[in-house]
Design a protein around this ligand. Structure first.
Ligand SMILES: [Zn+2]
Length: 416
């Protein structure tokens, strides 16, 4: 396994526990800002108490890790698909190695989607209580992770991440985006204590999930811009090293768009490594600024609209990638029309690929590129562009500033 990208952690404990009082959340109050990305080290060094592994066969290492870490009863949580991909096998391996294992399959909602809502979270909590689990294992994609991270946090037990697709950068997040009574909220939760990303499993992931992971990474173009804009115009907290790690991951990913689109081993490995690095950068910074700007707010706005209207969900990263191209065009156009920008942002905007280039990259990676391909018409697109900043009203994105200016113009017109 010498091709393994071993990003093994070590000495730093408790990032994934409740040792910080559970006050930090992705986008919530922050109490470990400026943790930085480590002195010259990789972003992922020492980020979790246990190992971060990306290699062929890594899932089987998870069972060994659970035994060696001294856990007795592990509950493996999956959806119907990922249970067959890896969940059942993992539970059996763990049982064969002497552990007590349970497998819980989260049921889909009425629309047929497995969503991270109160019903799913409670299903996981009740199963963990019934089994007397002292550790949870998320064997699935982003949604399963969000369900498990909140269940584990609530139960006060650790959880281990076994992603089944390179589809999001949030595997190591300590904030859980949940749907409560149909509204999306992000609650404090736990980061995993260890992560085992098995290339054998990831290479078999459905192509749309791989393309969605690429879309989530491509979104960093505009999230990094918005982060700089927030720093320059509102003094939002900023960390040069975290920004550099996120940018490095983004650029490596963009350079491998074609390999990712082919689903080659190199492409999938680069994508997953980028997603892990972006996630760890966010975890270290303590808030989602590095990886979530206006493109994510647009994506959340669409997601809530889909929930309200009972439509099938669209993959998070697919929405983010499409929104990133829309935002890049909007920003470039409004600034060309004269909207003022601080100098540092002006330089960054000039270097930002335009919407056409971003759409080309999305297509090369095999994903959707236009809102219409997501079933989003011009009306919902315009509404999101005007309203999405209200999803995160305290984030000083350029989109928020543009809308504030438009609102000011509208008020001036009515007062005239
Ligand atoms: Zn994302």
């Amino acid at each position: 396994m010498n091709e393994a990208a071993d990003m093994r952690g070590g000495e730093k404990m408790d990032i994934g526990s409740k040792a910080d009082g559970g006050k930090t959340a992705q986008g919530g109050t922050m109490n470990n800002a400026g943790a930085g990305a480590g002195a010259g080290g990789r972003a992922a060094d020492s980020a979790l108490p246990g190992p971060i592994r990306l290699a062929r066969g890594a899932a089987d290492e998870a069972a060994v890790y659970l035994i060696e870490a001294g856990f007795g009863t592990a509950l493996f949580v999956a959806d119907g698909t990922t249970a067959e991909v890896i969940g059942r096998r993992l539970a059996e391996r763990y049982g064969a190695a002497g552990g007590r294992a349970g497998l819980e399959i989260i049921r889909p909602n009425a629309a047929g989607d497995v969503v991270a809502d109160e019903a799913s979270v409670l299903q996981a909590i009740i199963a963990a209580q019934r089994h007397g689990a002292d550790v949870l294992v998320a064997a699935g994609s982003g949604t399963i992770h969000d369900i498990v991270r909140y269940a584990a946090y609530t139960l006060g037990v650790p959880f281990v991440s076994v992603p089944t697709a390179p589809s999001v950068d949030g595997f190591t997040s300590k904030g859980a985006p949940l749907i409560l009574r149909g509204e999306k909220i992000t609650l404090p939760a736990s980061a995993p204590v260890a992560l085992f990303a098995d290339l054998d499993v990831l290479l078999e992931a459905p192509r749309p999930l791989i393309a969605a992971g690429f879309g989530d990474m491509l979104g960093k173009y505009t999230s990094l811009f918005d982060w700089m804009y927030g720093r320059e115009t509102a003094g939002e907290p900023y960390d040069e090293e975290v920004a550099a790690v996120t940018r490095g991951a983004l650029e490596r990913c963009a350079a491998h768009a074609e390999a990712i689109g082919r689903g080659s081993e190199e492409g999938v490995r680069v994508l997953m490594q980028s997603l892990i690095e972006s996630g760890i950068a966010m975890l270290r910074f303590g808030q989602s600024h590095p990886a979530s700007g206006a493109e994510h707010h647009i994506s959340h706005y669409w997601e809530m609209h889909f929930l309200r209207t009972g439509r099938r969900q669209v993959l998070h990263g697919a929405k983010v990638g499409v929104a990133c191209a829309v935002i890049a065009d909007l920003y470039k156009r409004r600034v060309a029309e004269g909207f003022p920008l601080p100098e540092a942002c002006r330089v960054m905007l000039a270097e930002l690929p335009d919407g056409a280039e971003l759409r080309r990259l999305l297509r090369v990676a095999g994903g959707p590129a236009d809102p219409a391909e997501l079933g989003i018409g011009p009306e919902l697109l315009d509404e999101a562009l005007r309203r999405a900043h209200t999803v995160r009203p305290n984030r000083h994105t350029l989109l928020r500033a543009l809308n504030a200016a438009l609102d000011g113009d509208a008020r001036a017109d009515t007062n005239r």
